[in-house]
Ligand binder design. Structure first.
Ligand code: MG
Length: 320
């Protein structure tokens, strides 16, 4: 819902026994986090982390959650660095450590930013390699935007309203129109707090509704039953690998579809999420494809499908 020339993320390196684990967290402005607050939140705990036992990553994560309030991107950066280290020490890629099959990784959507109809058409053409596109809606310009996309492609679309509709009747109208436009599902149609209104909307539409801002952590999920059909899990939002897995498992046990999303970040954060992606139904993992200065290569995309690196840990290669 905004455009920017740069985004600051927080990078963490964990060194032990001559092995380095890399982690990254992309702070989310909506939750009043930025790279500086995250860095400051971590600083008092660096000595604790340096003396901690990385093999006890689950215990370590719990202690970090007790010590640090908010700043989930900082927690995610540490958690990812520890898991990269553990995978490297065990000499297995993370997906294997989790018992997953890399061949089950889903297709990722590619995001088309909001722009004029002319530039939107151009962006859709440039996204030719991606079989499913994601479009931001929830604005006055939704119809011209979708029509511009549809004028150049028949590909399935997924849309994210980012809490954009505050009127439930407008939400129903928009969602039912989007259904006629070949849209597969709608992410966060109404503000996160409007759970009752979203339940009302869900009874009057056919398209699945996916919770993003409404599903900040595992505790938030049970009350979303009947309001949503799926849950968008992000490492930066929930605080890392361990929490993301917990969210996916709880969501699935309650009958939700699951999705992995990301923020704008380097390949560190996106590759970490990709290692979990064989667990979920949908992926929206394109944050690393939208930057010009990626310091790492990791997960790649072939015909839209996420291809997980086979090297130990996250499987990253430093390229800059
Ligand atoms: Mg979203």
């Amino acid at each position: 819902m905004s455009s920017s020339e740069f985004r600051d993320t927080l990078h963490v390196k964990f060194n032990r026994d001559g092995v380095t684990g890399y982690g990254e967290g992309a702070p989310i402005v909506r939750y009043h986090e930025d790279a500086i607050t995250c860095q400051k939140a971590l600083e008092p705990h660096l000595a604790f982390l340096e003396s901690a036992n990385p093999w006890e990553f689950e215990k370590l994560k719990s202690e970090l959650f007790r010590k640090i309030e908010g700043n989930f991107a900082a927690k995610a950066a540490v958690d990812i660095a520890l898991m990269d280290w553990v995978g490297k020490r065990m000499n297995v890629p993370l997906y294997r450590l989790l018992g997953l099959d890399a061949a089950d990784a889903p297709v990722t959507t590619f995001s088309i930013g909001i722009d004029t109809p002319e530039i939107t058409r151009q962006k859709v053409k440039e996204a030719e390699a991606f079989p499913v596109l994601k479009v931001k809606v929830g604005l006055k310009t939704d119809e011209p935007t979708i029509e511009a996309v549809r004028s150049v492609t028949k590909k399935p679309l997924r849309v994210d309203a980012n809490e954009g509709w505050t009127d439930k009747e407008e939400a129903v109208r928009k969602i039912n129109w989007l259904e006629t436009q070949g849209v597969e599902f709608v992410e966060q149609p109404m503000p996160a707090s409007m759970i009752e209104e979203t339940k009302w909307v869900r009874k009057r539409v056919h398209l699945p509704l996916i919770a993003d801002e409404a599903a900040v952590n595992v505790r938030a999920i049970p009350k979303l039953v009947d309001a949503y059909d799926g849950i968008n899990v992000k490492l930066d939002k929930c605080g890392g690998f361990q929490e993301a897995m917990r969210m996916i498992q709880v969501a699935q046990s309650l009958g939700f579809k699951t999705m992995l999303g990301c923020m704008i970040s380097s390949s560190v954060s996106v590759t970490a999420a990709a290692h979990l992606s064989p667990l979920v139904d949908y992926a929206d993992l394109d944050g690393n494809l939208l930057i010009a200065n990626d310091m790492f290569s990791g997960v790649t995309v072939r015909d839209g499908k996420l291809i997980l690196p086979g090297d130990p840990g996250l499987g990253l290669k430093k390229i800059a």
